[in-house]
Structures are given as C-alpha cells and as structure tokens.
Design a protein around this ligand. Sequence first.
Ligand SMILES: [Zn+2]
Length: 272
Amino acid sequence: MKRLITVLSCIILLSACATNPVTGRKQFIIVSESQAIAASKQAYVQMLSPLQKAGKIDRDPALKARIDRITGRLVAQAIHFRPETAQWGWTVKVIDDPKTVNAFCMAGGRMAVYSGLIQQIQPSDNELAQVMGHEIAHALSNHTAEKMSVAMASDLAVGAVAATSDNPDLALQGAALAAAVAIQLPNSRQAEKEADRIGIELAARAGYDPHAAVTLWQKMEKVSGGGRLEFLSTHPAPEKRMETLKSLVPQMMPYYQQPGDRPSYKLRDVSL
Ligand SMILES: [Zn+2]
C-alpha cells in the first residue's frame, strides 16, 4: 500500500504544475483550487467552532462592524479581479485572542482576524485594509492550494494516504488537515511579492491609502522587535519589501483618488 502511494504521488508530482490565475507565475500544485476550497471550508469550521463554543468569536460588535466594513469593500474589488469568486463563501470572523498577531484568508474566502493584531499593532483603517487586502490576495492567487500541495507532498501520511483512502471521511479529514496546516506554513517570498502587489492594489481600488502598506509593515516590525509574531512567521519578507511597496505607491494613487463611493460586498454569515 505504502509503495503504491509513493508511486501515485510521483505520478502526481510529475504532472504538478499550474499557473497563478492573477499573475501568470508557474506554481507547484497537486491540489486543485476547488479541492482546496472544499478542504478549507471544513478546516475553517473545525478550527473556529471550538473557539465559538468558548465564546471567543466576534465578541466586540464595534470591532466586528469595522472589520466587516473594510473587508466588504476589499472583497468587492477581489471579485472585480476574478469574477468567478463572487461564488465564494466570503466571510470574516474576529477571534478574541490578544496574544496572537495574525489574520488569514483561506481558499474560498473564509477569513479571520485575531484581536491581538488590532490591540498590538493598532492599525488605522487604511493599514487594516492592507492586512486584509494582502490576505485576500493570497487566496485570489491560489496560494492555499500551493501550500496544501507542499504539505501533502512533504508529508505523505497527511496527504497521499488520506487522498487515496477508501474511507471518504478519512480523506476529508486529511485534506482539511492539510488546509489547516497550509495556513500555518510560511508563504514563499515569491508568493509574498505577489500578495504585496495585488493587496496594495485591492486596497487602493477599495479607497484605502496605499502609503499605509509601508507604515503597516513598519509597525509590524516595531512590535515584533526581533521576537516572533505569528503574522511575520507565515509572511516572510521578500527582499526590499518596504522599498518595493513604496515604489508602487505612485501607480496606486489614481485608484485611491478616484472620486465617488466604493462598492461593498455583503459578507456571508457562515455558521460554525
Ligand atoms: Zn503574505
């Protein structure tokens, strides 16, 4: 059985290549985007429902409304980039965890922000839009499937065993596990570059000042102080991140300065 799995995995690996739907970069992919979305949907509930039971989800209505307002405008722009994502289950929950500075957007648009990011970084709306824009950019670029592919290729026990199992429940558990592992794996520097570039544009088009992309990362580094922030360990800095972001600001300003109200997407109320 084990040998069969290894052989199967090799066949899968040989044919594993896909193209980023937004930037055109070649990606190592053995998990399709629809598989990543299905697995993420399940992983999201598995991760968050115990927190819900412990009363740690969306405890602060004002903060939840602020996150919804910013994220709704970003999602409207994400759908403009990739119209088929209008079908995604876009939703965001605030996790009450003051010690954790983190946020994520899974494949399929399920997002979460930890209260520690708000309390420790103290982001302005413009800066918060950069965080969420960056996270949404990872999802739009299919980075979850890319990281799930890495998780499954590097740990056959998690991936291939479950994927080839006769027991569909076990298969789902394995894929959901890989999805949960994927959001805890660092993105590649190339993926970070993509998310920085797409994220700042999503935010600017949604009416958020692109200068905030630079100040956000400055705040992150300051709060981190050489220590470990969850967000910085999963989002390793591409070379010259700040300079690159700063150099993007002039081309983003016309999007930001466009007159008129920005559209907002009504986020879904996903039950846990
Ligand atoms: Zn990132």
